[in-house]
Design a protein around this ligand. Structure first.
Ligand SMILES: NC(=O)c1ccc[n+]([C@@H]2O[C@H](COP(=O)([O-])OP(=O)(O)OC[C@H]3O[C@@H](n4cnc5c(N)ncnc54)[C@H](OP(=O)(O)O)[C@@H]3O)[C@@H](O)[C@H]2O)c1
Length: 276
């Protein structure tokens, strides 16, 4: 019997750290805490060790093609597969950020959407039958945050492809650079658009999985709740452990679950992300 393997991106702190912790407790297999910074990753491993939990560590910067490739090759060589992938890593500029919104838009989309997509492209071939993938989205990842109806229609097109979704998101970044995004009916938040991209991507990925020869591949996007982490400047009302509950629920969905290609709220309710 080969060993089962779970991977969490951005596992060194916040919700990702709590997801790693819970996987160590609840998942019957090896858990990889990954982080872009080796020192921060190893410090997190040490902290979990003090609690009697022993995940493995591997460096992974989701924006770095070489880092993703190295990790892919390592997983392939060591396990020839992957059972759980939690795409948790993400960024959000603070309200007080001084970078121009064009810079914020490019960087936020680069990390939260395009890098997540790259990780999936590279690691999906490793997924084993019954694998579970979790895209950590947000309450911001709901289509109703986009004012323009024809943009909303593009996002919710049931036959939307990854490439078409990429193009829509590039259009947003370009519109911001030209200072036309409000006129074109986009929201004034790169984070919102990046997470709507993540929610839409989960639907596309599930459609791909449905026609995959590997049995029972499942992906869902999740809103973890408003969580007390660095991202929220510690203002969130849930603890990171509470924020990890819905991602863990999604990561551990039983074999042949019907819950796939969905958007899962922090209380585990299924919510329609594309409702206008
Ligand atoms: N907190 C909330 O209320 C809330 C609500 C809805 C959704 N979310 C989502 O939940 C996820 C986790 O958020 P959080 O609140 O735990 O945030 P956080 O405390 O800021 O942690 C973010 C994690 O992502 C990592 N990361 C950022 N860029 C990365 C990259 N290029 N490669 C690899 N890792 C990278 C960070 O690593 P470093 O330490 O190296 O920066 C850190 O480990 C995010 O996707 C966020 O959008 C959070």
């Amino acid at each position: 019997m080969t060993q089962r393997v779970a991977v969490v991106t951005g596992g060194n702190k916040g919700i990702g750290f709590a997801i790693v912790k819970q996987l160590c407790i609840q998942f019957d297999g090896i858990v990889y805490l990954t982080a872009r910074d080796i020192t921060r990753g190893e410090d997190a491993i040490k902290k979990l060790g003090e609690q009697g939990l022993n995940p493995n560590f591997h460096q992974l910067d989701i924006t770095d093609d070489d880092s993703i490739s190295t990790f892919h090759d390592y997983l392939k060589e060591m396990y020839d597969g992957l059972d759980i992938l939690v795409n948790n890593a993400g960024i959000a500029f603070k309200q007080s950020a001084t970078e121009p919104i064009s810079v914020q838009a490019e960087e936020t989309l680069r990390v939260n959407y395009f890098a997540l997509r790259k990780v999936c492209n590279k690691l999906f071939p490793l997924l084993k039958p019954h694998a579970r993938v979790v895209h950590v989205s947000s309450s911001s990842g709901r289509l109703s945050y986009i004012p323009n109806e024809s943009l909303r229609k593009k996002f919710s097109n049931p036959s939307l492809t990854e490439e078409e979704l990429d193009n829509i998101l590039h259009e947003f970044v370009n519109a911001v650079k030209e200072d036309k995004h409000l006129e074109e009916g986009w929201p004034h938040s790169a984070y919102v658009v990046s997470k709507i991209g993540v929610s839409a991507l989960a639907g596309i990925h599930q459609r791909m999985f449905n026609s995959d020869t590997r049995e029972d591949l499942v992906v869902n996007s999740v809103h973890p709740g408003y969580v007390n982490t660095d991202m929220t400047s510690r203002k969130g009302v849930l603890t990171p452990d509470q924020g990890a509950e819905a991602p863990i629920y999604s990561a551990l969905l039983p074999e042949n679950t019907d819950i796939k290609g969905k958007y899962i709220w922090y209380d585990k309710a299924l919510v329609i992300w594309a409702k206008s």
